[in-house]
Design a protein around this ligand. Structure first.
Ligand SMILES: [Fe+2]
Ligand SMILES: [Fe+2]
Length: 179
């Protein structure tokens, strides 16, 4: 059985993961309209991945005797200055999520819920990976600069990364693997 405090904190994280998914959906749609089909593709896959992060927590909480609360939808920002601006915001958001996972972990240890703390280890590792991927994407965007040719090449690389990411997600079973 899960304590009310842990339940509340997991529900807050469910909301954040759902919101992450919507933030990336808005960014994907912007990239699609602004001539970055590769980046759009990557962001669309990212949207699916965040939804899986949310679903995993919903199942975990319900399985442990808690009640997962499906959050109200919040409209994400829709205006971005450039592809660099988009990914600077992605990094800022992922850093915020890492912090919130750490806070949730701290709540679990304070409540002596070591089972949930152990479960959260997956999210901690995932955040390390996500931050590092976005940092290297940002480096590449900065290298590409503002030249049309550079950004065009960059977008081709994005398309390849999106294909690899989609394949990895499918191989892991995607949302079907969430139990
Ligand atoms: Fe996430
Ligand atoms: Fe994420």
């Amino acid at each position: 059985m899960i304590t009310k405090t842990v339940e509340k904190s997991i529900n807050e994280q469910i909301k954040r993961e759902e919101h992450s998914s919507r933030i990336y959906l808005s960014m994907a749609s912007w990239a699609e309209r602004n001539g970055f089909p590769g980046a759009a593709n990557w962001l669309y896959v990212q949207t699916e991945e965040e939804r899986i992060h949310m679903l995993k927590l919903v199942h975990y909480l319900n399985d442990r005797g808690g009640t997962a609360v499906i959050p109200a939808l919040e409209a994400p920002d829709a205006k971005f200055k450039s592809l660099l601006d988009v990914f600077q915001q992605v990094l800022k958001h992922e850093e915020y999520i890492s912090e919130s996972i750490n806070d949730l972990y701290a709540v679990c240890t304070k409540e002596k819920d070591f089972t949930t703390a152990n479960y959260l280890q997956w999210y901690i590792n995932e955040q390390i990976e996500e931050e590092s991927t976005v940092r290297s994407i940002l480096d590449q965007i900065r290298l590409a600069g503002t030249e049309k040719g550079g950004l065009f090449m960059m977008d081709k690389e994005f398309a390849a990364m999106a294909t690899a990411k989609r394949a990895a997600l499918a191989q892991s079973g995607g949302a079907n693997a969430v139990t």
